[in-house]
Design a protein around this ligand. Structure first.
Ligand code: NDP
Length: 230
C-alpha cells in the first residue's frame, strides 16, 4: 500500500516518529512531519528531504490540533495514514501508591487524549481516503495481561490508548478505516535510553500497521507484525 499516500506522524522531530517519517518518505509517501515546536519540525523535515513537510502540532493543545486539521485539509484534502506517536512520561521513578497525579494527568493528556483529539480532528480527512490507516503507537507496558507494579502514568495512558484502538476500530470498521495499536519494542531513543533495539527496528512495527492491505486486521495490538496479548 506504500507510496503516494498522505501520512501524518505526530511527535516526529526525533526518535521513532522521525524514523517512521524517514521510512515513509523513502517508500514514496508524502509525509506531514509534525512537532510541537515548528523549528524542530522544520529541521527534521529539511534533513529528510523534499517529500517531507513540516507542521506545528501540539497534541495536548486543542487549538493547535484544530488549526492543524484545517491547514492539512486545505493543503492535502485527505489523510491516508495517521501515526499517533507522540508520548511523554515513562515514569519509572514512581509507583501508583505514591504517584504524582499531575504527572498522571499530563501523561493522559498527551498519550491518550492527544491521540484521540488528533484522530477526531482528522477524521473527515481520513474518511476522504480510500485506504485509511490509524496507527496508535502504544507499548507492552499498557498490556493488562502482563501489568504489574510501577510506571503508573505511562502504563495507564497506554492501556487507555489500547482501549481507544478497540473502540475506534469497531466504530470505523464498516468504513474501511483500519485502526491498530503497535508496540515498537524497547528502542534506543531519548525515551527508551541506551541499549534498546535500533530505532529503525522499532519503526518497523509502526510501518507494518501503516502498510496493511484493505481487509487487513483492525482493532489489534501488534509488535513486529505479531499479535500481543492485551
Ligand atoms: P521520544 O521521547 O524519543 O520522542 C517523543 C516525541 O513525542 C518527541 O518528538 C516529542 O517532542 C513528542 N511529543 C511529546 N509531547 C508532545 C506533544 N504534546 N505534542 C506533540 N509532540 C509531542 O520517544 P520515542 O521515540 O521512544 O517514542 C515514540 C513512541 O513509541 C511513544 O508513543 C512511546 O510511548 C512509544 N514506545 C517507545 C518505546 C521505546 O523503547 N523507545 C517502547 C514502547 C513504546 P519534543 O521533542 O518536543 O519533546
Amino acid at each position: 500500500m506504500a507510496g503516494g499516500r498522505v501520512c501524518v506522524v505526530t511527535g516526529a522531530n526525533r526518535g521513532i516518529g522521525r524514523e517512521v517519517a524517514r521510512q515513509l518518505a523513502l517508500a514514496g509517501d508524502l509525509v506531514v512531519l509534525t512537532a510541537r515546536d515548528l523549528g524542530k519540525a522544520e529541521k527534521a523535515a529539511r534533513e529528510l528531504g523534499e517529500a517531507v513537510g513540516a507542521w506545528q502540532l501540539d497534541v495536548s493543545d486543542p487549538g493547535s490540533v484544530e488549526r492543524f486539521a484545517g491547514e492539512i485539509g486545505v493543503a492535502h484534502g485527505r489523510v491516508d495514514v495517521l501515526v499517533n506517536n507522540a508520548a511523554i512520561h515513562y515514569d519509572t521513578w514512581q509507583r501508583a501508591t505514591d504517584a504524582d497525579l499531575t504527572v498522571v494527568q499530563e501523561a493522559l493528556e498527551t498519550n491518550l487524549l492527544g491521540a484521540w483529539r488528533v484522530t477526531l480532528a482528522l477524521l473527515p480527512l481520513l474518511r476522504a481516503s480510500d485506504h485509511a490507516r490509524v496507527v496508535n503507537v502504544s507499548s507492552e507496558m499498557g498490556s493488562l495481561a502482563s501489568m504489574g507494579a510501577g510506571t503508573p502514568a505511562y502504563a495507564v495512558s497506554k492501556a487507555g490508548l489500547n482501549a481507544l484502538t478497540r473502540i475506534l476500530a469497531a466504530e470505523l470498521h464498516r468504513e474501511g478505516v483500519l485502526v491498530n495499536s503497535v508496540c515498537p519494542g524497547w528502542a534506543a531513543t531519548d525515551m527508551g535510553g541506551a541499549g534498546g533495539r535500533p530505532v529503525a527496528e522499532g519503526a518497523r512495527s509502526v510501518l507494518w500497521a501503516a502498510d496493511l492491505p484493505d481487509g487487513g486486521p483492525t482493532g489489534g495490538f501488534f509488535q513486529d507484525g505479531a499479535p500481543l496479548p492485551w
